[in-house]
Ligand binder design. Structure first.
Ligand SMILES: Cc1cc2nc3c(=O)[nH]c(=O)nc-3n(C[C@H](O)[C@H](O)[C@H](O)COP(=O)(O)O)c2cc1C
Length: 203
């Protein structure tokens, strides 16, 4: 039985296009994989440490090979607990609104918290080695308009992060023009939900 980690990053909840498409995916996925575990991580309700003080010191102690103080070790354990949810998953699902042509700050906060050496990657003189290899990922990307490729730092950033942590099997579903009125928004959501339901069978 597999575990799917679902990272939800829109605060719009019932009005959110990315969540609506993710829920269509999850409904189909649950029907097709009734024994699997789904772990939901909502970045708007999950407590995440600020990256300063003992949390920051814990990171640099690890990078420089200095033993962590008990306070730093406790801070590191908090990062490890969140990163552990990524390591424990076989599959990763993200629903992501485009904010200022990139991702919402709460999702970046989560990424900054969990993306740590020895938790999600290692590095040495040969370079960066992601520790999440072998996992599948799906990113559902909602956008108010249809951004030109060179303005799109939402997909590009997530692609880079997946690479950084070693995930190579990545699919994207786009739900675009959600700000163009109910007809365009409705058609865009319906097309993305159909794509998501079809993908659930192969995920
Ligand atoms: C703070 C903020 C910034 C936004 N910036 C952009 C943007 O740069 N480009 C864009 O196409 N849409 C932008 N939008 C519109 C959202 O991407 C759009 O409403 C999308 O449907 C959000 O996803 P959601 O419906 O899942 O919340 C922005 C919305 C918010 C709240």
């Amino acid at each position: 039985m597999a575990t799917l980690l679902y990272v939800e990053s829109s605060p719009r909840k019932r009005r959110s296009a990315s969540i609506e498409v993710a829920q269509a995916f999850l409904a189909a996925y649950r029907r097709l994989h009734p024994g699997d575990t789904i772990d939901t991580l909502d970045v708007w309700t999950t407590p995440m440490p600020e990256f300063d003080g003992s949390t920051l010191d814990a990171k640099y102690a690890g990078l420089t090979g200095v033993e962590r103080t008990p306070e730093q070790a406790a801070a590191w354990a908090r990062l490890g607990a969140l990163a552990g949810r990524f390591r424990a998953a076989d599959k990763l699902l993200f629903s992501i609104p485009m904010w200022n042509f990139a991702i919402p700050y709460k999702l970046k906060h989560l990424i900054d918290v969990v993306s740590q050496k020895d938790l999600l990657f290692t590095f040495d003189e040969r370079g960066l080695n992601g520790l999440l290899g072998g996992k599948k990922a799906l990113a559902i990307l909602a956008r108010g308009v249809e951004p030109a490729p060179d303005w799109d730092h939402q997909r590009g950033y997530m692609d880079l992060w997946f690479k950084m942590v070693g995930v190579t099997d990545v699919a994207n579903i786009f739900v675009e023009k959600t700000l163009y009125g109910p007809d365009v928004d409705g058609a865009s959501r319906a097309a993305a939900k159909a794509e998501a339901e079809a993908l659930a069978a192969r995920f």
